[in-house]
Design a protein. Structure first.
Length: 394
């Protein structure tokens, strides 16, 4: 590390590859610590490497059952406290923090404020709303209690942050209801790496390995958690059994375990479940697909943007989004004609749409071309990093 340069922490609890890409780019200007937690499960398959002015730190390296709320809470508290110890031991000028659970985010923000470290809150999801949405299905009383508590931590961290980055302008409108100063909010949409995922032929080593070269393939790749609807994959695969169509789910965690349990009792040849694949094979995974699915429940459309859509764009593949039409990913996909949108309460239409698209290769091809064009015009990491550098230096 260069002792003359500013020291920047890019904190990404989830360890997502596009944020690591940003960390590498920022390290061309400053000393950068890229901090993440493999315990989140989101970083699986990714490889992080130190370089001259970049140090990657896995703050919690273990595996837990994410459905166990108590263990998960203790891990998150541990992350916040470990982060404080790191900040105490190092001279840090700026912390840019994303994808971090509300309690450790609150802990980190308070420490930064107390110790005059610039804190930039990179808002990827409104987590308190997500918690409320999930818990309401179990108990409205419990949901209300946890929502109010999580809202306190999240709102406080946002109100007291030096700067806020929002990934959709919908968040900007929402934050006004929490009395967050609009003058400290900047809009920078998410992206995916043009280098990590490139258009690839359908016939490749991945598709050959899993016998996917001649079938019509519908891919879902990414997190499959509470804000998704995993049962839809089994339902659709069952109804498409005799159409030479494969539903491929590449994921791990709660939703994947749910599907595995169903398949144990009701095996289906048309549904293929796979763990996260290595970063180096992502282009071939996406290349094997004819269409790529992204799913959010109706309520999740308010507080989340399915960033896996941007990876689909990089791959030059058509998107089928089961998300509210007001969601940013839906708006862009519809605007550039890169796929189709299905409202979550009309998820039963997915079967019909898959069969329609299967018979229209010209339309699929045009969707894919439009998607890749958008990615090439908007996902240049050098241009994106300039926006972050401007905030770091302001």
């Amino acid at each position: 590390m260069d002792s003359i340069r500013k020291n920047i922490v890019i904190n990404d609890y989830g360890g997502y590859s596009f944020i690591y890409e940003l960390a590498k780019e920022i390290s061309l200007e400053y000393n950068v610590y890229f901090i993440y937690a493999s315990v989140s499960g989101s970083s699986k398959g990714n490889v992080y490497e130190d370089s001259q002015n970049l140090k990657c730190i896995n703050l919690i390296d273990k595996t837990i059952d994410k459905s166990n709320f108590i263990k998960r809470l203790f891990i998150e508290l541990s992350y916040g406290n470990n982060f404080k110890r790191f900040l105490t031991s190092n001279k840090i000028d700026v912390v840019l923090s994303a994808n971090t659970p509300v309690i450790p985010q609150y802990i980190i923000q308070r420490y930064c404020r107390k110790n005059k470290i610039k804190f930039i809150f990179w808002l990827q999801d409104i987590i308190s709303l997500a918690v409320k949405s999930v818990l309401e299905k179990k108990s409205k009383i419990i949901s209300g209690l946890f929502y109010n508590l999580w809202k306190y931590f999240e709102k406080s961290a946002l109100q007291n942050a030096d700067k806020i980055i929002v990934i959709t302008k919908d968040f900007e409108n929402f934050l006004s209801t929490w009395n967050v100063n609009k003058n400290k909010i900047d809009y920078i949409p998410n992206w995916s790496s043009l280098k990590d995922i490139v258009p690839t032929n359908k016939e490749n080593s991945f598709s050959k390995k899993y016998n996917l070269t001649t079938s019509f393939n519908v891919l879902y790749s990414g997190t499959l958690g509470y804000k998704h609807n995993p049962e839809i994959f089994f339902t659709i695969a069952k109804r498409l059994l005799n159409h030479n169509i494969k539903i491929i789910v590449v994921s791990e965690g709660i939703g994947m375990n749910y599907l595995k349990n169903i398949l144990r009792d009701h095996p289906l040849e048309s549904l293929l479940l796979l763990p996260y694949q290595s970063k180096s094979s992502l282009s071939e995974v996406y290349g094997s697909a004819d269409i790529i699915l992204s799913i959010l429940e109706k309520t999740a459309g308010i507080f989340s943007v399915p960033s896996k859509v941007w990876a689909t764009y990089c791959a030059g593949k058509p998107s089928v989004l089961i998300v509210p039409k007001e969601n940013q990913a839906a708006k862009i996909t519809a605007d550039i004609k890169a796929g189709i949108i299905i409202e979550p309460d009309r998820a039963e239409d997915l079967l019909e749409k898959i069969l329609e698209l299967k018979t229209n290769p010209e339309l699929l091809n045009s969707y894919g071309i439009n998607a890749r064009k958008y990615a090439e015009e908007n996902f240049d990491i050098k241009k994106i990093s300039q926006k972050f550098l401007k905030l770091i230096n302001s």
